[in-house]
Design a binder for this molecule. Structure first.
Ligand code: HEM
Length: 386
């Protein structure tokens, strides 16, 4: 019920919509209004917001969520929203409610007995109304794009999609239509905002709990980038320690309870077990990210998992937070750019400290479809060189 266009579709619809999304996200990364610049703009806004707190304790969750959701707005609609915009805040809230619902027992009941559940009150009604809000928001943006007729020089996801619809209107096998476009937009918002925001939320928590690691990150950024203002994703290669810390955050506190459930398209023989065609499979990505065969100290936060003895960055084949295979996350590159630019901008600008009297922040997650940290406060103390 919740995610349909790419995430939960199969067959020809999935193939076409996914291929289109992958190609379009790549093109947007290279385009005039490249995603990287928009992410940088949004990261600078987040830094400004934290500066206003003047080092006093603040809960960073909603600020991070708004910024990351705004990046998805830039990608899909081609513009950023003011974080005070009521409609925008409604969308941010709708994503939260839908995700919370999709990990609830009521969701399972709804999937099993939809007709009965339709007659009963409950959280599914609220989730449906949130989907309706997202639907009408997406439709309004599509209408604006149609009026502007900018799809001849496409600048965002909607432009590219309308262009594709026009190109394939005579193809009877085409699945490009406005209904699927609305679903794609909802997919991008739901799959692309909470995942990245929760990773950043964990990243700040780990930095406050591990000041020694935080100092090494800050020093590396300062030594390598100096007073260069603008950040680029290319800088990642020059910052092996920072890169290792970001990946370690993704590994140590994986932000999905499980991967997305999938159905076997054919009989599969795996390590002598037959998984018959049609079986639903739920990948346990967390277990791969904590497998003692692949990680020296799986339960500890340890950036050395991604560094060799000379401090150079090393990949690990068991680092699979974005899944694997044909269904691998199409937003991986966008997410990696966001994590790098947001994290590096924040580490460069602030020292994140525990508020007075707090010894440590809890590293226990809240279990749901995604696994954010428990709400916490920290102090973003501006570094004197910023
Ligand atoms: C830290 C951030 C993210 C993580 C950890 C993550 C992780 C994942 C995982 C594990 C899957 C399932 C892969 C599989 O079934 O094998 C997935 C699917 C997906 N993700 Fe992400 N994701 C992230 C960010 C994003 C972003 C930013 C977007 C969009 C812009 C996005 C869009 C999607 C979509 C559309 C799918 C469905 C793919 C399909 O079914 O073919 N994700 N993601």
């Amino acid at each position: 019920m919740v995610l349909k266009c790419i995430v939960n579709s199969n067959g020809e619809t999935w193939k076409q919509q996914r291929r289109f999304a992958v190609i379009t996200l790549r093109k947007l990364g290279l385009g005039k209004k490249s995603m990287e610049r928009q992410i940088e703009e949004e990261a600078n806004q987040l830094v400004e917001t934290f500066v206003h707190a003047k080092g006093q304790p603040l809960d960073p969750a909603s600020y991070i969520r708004n910024s990351v959701t705004n990046v998805i707005s830039a990608v899909t609609f081609g513009h950023l929203f003011s974080v005070e915009d009521k409609e925008f805040l409604q969308i941010v809230e709708a994503v939260q409610i839908i995700l919370k619902f999709s990990a609830s027992i009521v969701y399972v009941l709804y999937e099993l007995f939809p007709r009965l559940m339709n007659h009963l009150p409950g959280p599914h009604k609220k989730a449906f109304s949130c989907l309706a809000v997202m639907n009408s928001f997406a439709k309004k943006e599509i209408e604006k794009h149609k009026e502007n007729q900018a799809w001849h020089d496409p600048q965002d996801f909607i432009d590219f999609y309308l262009h594709q619809m026009e190109k394939s209107k005579k193809d009877p096998a085409s699945t490009y239509n406005e209904e699927n476009l609305v679903q794609c937009i909802i997919d991008l918002f739901i799959a692309g905002s909470d995942t990245t925001a929760n990773t950043l939320h964990w990243a700040l928590l780990f930095m406050a709990n591990h000041p020694d690691i935080q100092e090494k990150v800050h020093k590396e950024i300062k030594d390598v980038l100096g007073s260069v203002q603008s950040l680029s994703y290319q800088d990642k290669k020059k910052l092996p320690y920072t890169n290792a810390v970001i990946q370690e955050v993704q590994r140590a506190q994986y932000i999905l309870l499980f991967g997305v459930s999938r159905q076997c398209a054919k009989d599969v023989n795996m390590f002598h077990f037959l998984i018959p065609k049609g079986t639903f499979v739920i990948p346990d990505i967390y277990s791969v990210l904590h497998d003692p065969i692949h990680w020296e100290t799986p339960e500890a936060f340890n950036p050395n998992h991604f560094l060799d003895k000379d401090g150079l960055f090393v990949e690990n084949e068991a680092f699979l937070p974005f899944g694997a295979g044909a269904r691998i996350c199409p937003g991986e590159q966008l997410a990696r750019i966001e994590l790098f630019i947001f994290f590096t901008s924040l580490m460069r600008a602030f020292k994140f400290q525990l508020p007075d009297g707090v010894k440590e922040l809890s590293e226990e997650p809240i279990f749901g479809f995604t696994t954010p940290p428990h709400p916490y406060k920290l102090c973003a103390v501006p570094r004197c060189n910023t």
